[in-house]
Write a new protein. Sequence first.
Length: 133
Amino acid sequence: MNNIFTDNDHKNRYLELIKKAQVNIYDLERQSLFYIASSSEDLYKKKYDIYDFYENAILSDCITSGKVDFCSSSKALIHLAYNLYNGYRDDCTSPLSILGGLDSKNLFLAYQAILIRLKSVKISSITQIISEA
């Protein structure tokens, strides 16, 4: 298992989202978004509230409308994921707003997602998934 994943379930959920969205190896924006969206069972269950797989677009209403129930750390991670995806900004996307309330596990996830987006870490399994698609 690649050391950037919290466990095998995280890795498997990530690979499933990557395949479903047909993400290529150069699409660092969606790689970082799906890394966060797959990080917990709760966020993974809300994948269709977070991302439109048909339009290939984020669904930012999920964090602004209050219709989707996110705990504070999940909401912060989704703000980060959206910001890494396309520069999304609102009143809650400052570094302090995003990172300030995260525990060590979620800080690890945030850090890894940033590294993925900045191309500082490469998820080796993505090449295999893309070649099989």
